[in-house]
Design a protein around this ligand. Structure first.
Ligand SMILES: [Zn+2]
Length: 299
């Protein structure tokens, strides 16, 4: 007997007003698009979509066949659903999905498997689910309709920890975190990156600010509306971290020492500080940190 096939997808983009989930049932003309609060990670949307399918199977679809395949393009969510470890920070939709799966396995005569399918390789159902998810992300939803999982909220706060007030966080929420999610967000990581890191607080703060792309240079400040222009005092259009490190003419003299320091440590690739942080090249990052101290810039 042919299995019943569902495709799920989650969507979150920089310019959308909501995070959203899409669900498609193969062979059906109906597809679902659900909008979630924009604070939700795409991981949450992916988990929500799978949970929605399990709810459909459990509550509505008597016609669902014995064998059910649910396709998702999010390996992290599939892993989380299959992981037995109990963790208070486990995403609530993962927890609910596991509960639903358990109920279905116990009460209903069905075999459900959740299978990973790579995104955007032209699997039709997956493409439709993706389109449905994108549709959902254009719709504004009423806050409070769908609960934002604890971990999403916690991370939102952590990356803004130097913005002391919640109102700042809310104001900035449109621009917040996009770079962080793109470069560093790892749903499988449940400890902060510096957990096993014996470094002084100021260094950790320095790296945290760069990781979240919020720092005290004109490029970042202009992005948040604190200063009018991203321009550097030296005349260059954008004062960002890499400009200050590699090119700003104001620091040419200090840069000679920086260069010597890199060479003495065998570091020859002139790379973006963000790449070094991402790759955990702490010796190089530490040299850059010392460079900022020596030019008296606290960023
Ligand atoms: Zn400059």
């Amino acid at each position: 007997m042919e299995p019943t096939i569902f495709y799920t997808d989650g969507s979150k983009s920089d310019d959308s007003i909501a995070t959203s989930a899409g669900v498609v049932l193969e062979g059906s003309t109906t597809a679902y698009s659900i909008s979630l609060p924009r604070e939700c990670f795409s991981f949450t949307a992916e988990a929500f979509a799978i949970k929605a399918v399990l709810d459909i199977i459990y509550n509505e679809f008597v016609s669902v066949k014995k064998d059910v395949i649910i396709f998702s393009d999010c390996q992290a969510v599939i892993k989380a659903i299959n992981n037995n470890e109990i963790n208070v920070y486990k995403n609530m939709y993962i927890v609910e999905s596991r509960k639903r799966l358990f109920e279905i396995n116990n009460k209903m005569d069905k075999n459900i498997i959740i299978v990973w399918t790579p995104a955007h390789i032209g699997v039709v159902g997956n493409e439709v689910a993706d389109r449905m998810a994108k549709e959902g992300s254009k719709e504004e939803i009423l806050q409070g309709d769908i609960v934002v999982p604890l971990l999403d909220v916690r991370s939102l706060f952590r990356q803004n920890m130097w913005n002391n007030t919640q109102s700042t966080i809310v104001q900035n929420s449109r621009a917040v975190g996009t770079s962080y999610f793109k470069n560093f967000y790892n749903p499988a990581m449940n400890k902060p990156w510096f957990a096993e890191f014996d470094e002084e607080r100021a260094f950790v703060t320095f790296v945290n600010r760069l990781r979240s792309n919020h720092y005290n240079l004109n490029e970042s400040l202009a992005r948040k509306g604190y200063v009018d222009s991203a321009r550097c005092d030296c005349g260059y259009e954008i004062e960002d971290v890499d400009h200050v490190i590699w090119r700003c003419s104001k620091y040419d003299e200090t840069r000679i020492r920086l260069d010597l320091e890199f060479r003495s440590r065998g570091i020859f690739d002139e790379n973006s500080i963000f790449t070094w942080i991402k790759r955990g090249r702490w010796t190089a990052v530490r040299i850059v940190y010392n460079f900022f101290r020596s030019i008296n810039r606290v960023i």
